[in-house]
Design a protein around this ligand. Sequence first.
Ligand SMILES: *Cc1c(COP(=O)(O)O)cnc(C)c1O
Length: 383
Amino acid sequence: MSDPLSPSLSTNLYGGRLTIDLDAIAANWRMLSSRLVAGGECAATIKADAYGTGQDATGRRLYDEGCRTFFVALPTEAVALRRTLPQDAVIYVLDGLFPGTAEIFAQHRLRPVLGCHAEVMEWAAFCNAQGRAFEAAVHLDTGIHRLGLSREEFQAVMGDDGITSAFAPSLIMSHLACGSDPAHPMNAHQQAMFAALTAPYASIPRSLANSAGVLMGPDFHFDLARPGIALYGGKAIDTEANPMRPVARVEARIMMVRHVPEGDTIGYGAKQTAKRPLRNAVVAAGYADGLLRRAGSTDDRPGGFAMIGGYRAPILGRISMDMITLDVTDVPEALVQRGGFVEMLGPDVAASDLAAYAETIDYEYLTSLGRRFERIYGPLDSR
Ligand SMILES: *Cc1c(COP(=O)(O)O)cnc(C)c1O
């Protein structure tokens, strides 16, 4: 946000701008909190720079909104977050305990999510050596087969007083494999296994729900929810309308407007032919800015689109590293001016839309956005 150049000068030098609406992120967090069963805590998953929205700004805004528990993926993210957030914020590291790092976790008051037997044993041994029971979450694998203790390991660990009294298990958690598809039988299977295996330890807070889990209803809520994508306006459930507010807008600058004769091709590879005389706008953002290259178009396959003053402008040809060509033939000329902006992402172009054209998900799109954009924190509706 702060820029060594004067704001008016610097703004004109950027190829595009990324606006992030922290109030919308806070509103999404409140909405998800309100869906939880009474007494349930809504945490926030802010790994990967808060899905591209900025770990510091988003973390602080959510703390101010009342959020007290935060999940990041990596110890490096957690150390940075600890510097940002007030001391009573609880920070969990989802990727768990990397070998030999227990002391740093303790020093920064970070809690590892212990995801295998070896991590549990290393944390317990560290606590014993320090003579202090530091907190940690225990991750139970209910079927995703990524991180998490197996059923047998979980029962062995939780049934061993020597281990569970060495450290302080502050959370038991598991992660859904198929939340984006609520009809998938895996959800009920994971829910039932989690409920059954953790029932003897119900005095310890339990957590199963990511964003999709929150939206799937009370059976999935347990004591604490860990939404990520929904906070950022993403589509957690594929098969339902997205109830979340958009939180980000990407605008790319129009460098020039030109004409393409019928029959000529546009872009690298010459894969997109003009089927009529076209007017196109060349904008100054491309895949190096996170605009997914696979969302380009060819004669055989449509690509994504941008919006200009309520008009749709389809992407023409391949997305280049630094630029995209848009079909503005049907957009009023007054709206398409050199130096003006088009909306590549925002209230009128959902992240899941461009992602779908690129055969990926909004998670990947959002986390790849914006290293070269001017970054603005403010409301999306101001322009
Ligand atoms: C990323 C992640 C989340 C958040 O998931 P969303 O689908 O973005 O809500 C929750 N729990 C774990 C273990 C995760 O890795």
